[in-house]
Design a protein around this ligand. Structure first.
Ligand SMILES: NC(=O)c1ccc[n+]([C@@H]2O[C@H](COP(=O)([O-])OP(=O)(O)OC[C@H]3O[C@@H](n4cnc5c(N)ncnc54)[C@H](OP(=O)(O)O)[C@@H]3O)[C@@H](O)[C@H]2O)c1
Length: 252
């Protein structure tokens, strides 16, 4: 049973997931690159179930550890401290932000496979990488019906991470979609069809960039149940390597 979730990365995704986890009665240990003292405000907002620690401590304390840092920092994750753990990988490769990573650019491996290589003694599970932090938070706060699902490909296996009863999934009111084809690179890429857009609902037509940004901030989103995710995953093909901010729905 998951009782404590370790977070390496406490930004938009890390802090949103931590809020949901605390609301679901789990303990969270938060870390970032600048040190625990810089997380005092966040931890105060999260309450008694939250502590700020170093990345090593977060890795050791978590029954499950969420790695949610920019892809450029994947090789800074503490491999020894994470040995034997399930590591949830929410990371996407955006060369504009992360710089170029040669192994990814050559399409030799996916970003999760690269992370799995670095964390050779952990079990990397890619999931929650395909919902934006606002829809993820909202789906957890006001659980939609039907329950929203996320793909969960794990390099080298088609099994979803841990059983649903573990508390991990219940804490953010999403559910894993179990597809035999989940580990396809297309489903793990920051690109349609199973990335961000389906969870947002229809974007109004003919809107300006400013209106698109406001819509992105405020749109309640659409639940995408497990069978819908499976259908989208089955349609996924590997596109160009890496995401592009200009292609995101709020860009314009
Ligand atoms: N934002 C979204 O809606 C979204 C959706 C799906 C997936 N993702 C992916 O999830 C990951 C996190 O995204 P985000 O939007 O949450 O990013 P973010 O807001 O920029 O936060 C990044 C976090 O990672 C920490 N970090 C950076 N380098 C680190 C290191 N070497 N060791 C420990 N912590 C480190 C940062 O700490 P400092 O501030 O101290 O440097 C910060 O807490 C990215 O790969 C992103 O592509 C994001």
């Amino acid at each position: 049973m998951t009782k404590t979730i370790g977070f390496i990365g406490s930004g938009m995704i890390g802090s949103s997931l931590a809020r949901l986890a605390v609301a679901a009665g789990l303990d969270v240990v938060m870390s970032n690159s600048r040190g625990p003292e810089t997380l005092a405000d966040l931890v105060a907002q999260l309450g008694d179930r939250a502590h700020a620690v170093t990345t090593e401590e977060a890795a050791k304390a978590g029954d499950v550890v969420v790695a949610t840092v920019p892809m450029s920092a994947y090789d800074k994750l503490p491999a020894d401290a994470l040995a034997g753990k399930t590591v949830i990988d929410t990371m996407n490769y955006y060369p504009e932000r992360d710089g170029r990573i040669a192994e990814l650019d050559s399409a030799e491996v996916t970003s999760s496979e690269l992370l799995q290589r670095h964390l050779a003694n952990s079990r990397v599970v890619k999931t929650l990488h395909n919902m934006d932090h606002r829809r993820l938070f909202r789906a957890g706060l006001v659980p939609p019906a039907p329950r929203t699902a996320a793909p969960c490909p794990s390099p080298g296996t088609t099994r979803p991470p841990r059983p649903r009863s573990s508390g991990f999934w219940t804490s953010w009111a999403t559910t894993p979609s179990t597809s035999a084809h989940l580990p396809t690179p297309g489903a793990a890429s920051p690109a349609p069809p199973v990335y961000v857009w389906p969870y947002l609902g229809d974007r109004p037509e003919g809107i300006t960039k400013e209106e698109a940004q406001r819509w992105f901030q405020e749109a309640p989103g659409e639940p995408v149940p497990a069978d819908g995710v499976k259908e989208l995953v089955d349609q996924a093909v590997r596109g160009p390597v890496g995401g592009s901010f200009a292609a995101l729905p709020f860009w314009g």
